[in-house]
Ligand binder design. Structure first.
Ligand SMILES: [Zn+2]
Length: 62
């Protein structure tokens, strides 16, 4: 059986706690975690990193 999220082959054995999904990530996607914002915390770190870089750009010269 393939993972309903990413369509990759997913292990349907007891060894896979995320079945019918292939991974925790796909299970989270199915649960709507991406939309609910829990994963935004991880993404926010990237945004925080990008923000100072944006400030470094010589916008004042424009
Ligand atoms: Zn998957």
């Amino acid at each position: 059986m393939n993972c309903p999220i990413c369509k990759k082959p997913a292990e349907m054995s007891k060894d896979n706690p995320f079945r019918p999904f292939c991974s925790e990530r796909c299970r989270m996607i199915d649960l709507g975690t991406w939309a609910s914002g829990e994963y935004r915390v991880a993404g926010g770190k990237v945004e925080d990193k990008e923000h100072p870089d944006d400030r470094k750009k010589p916008r004042l010269l424009h």
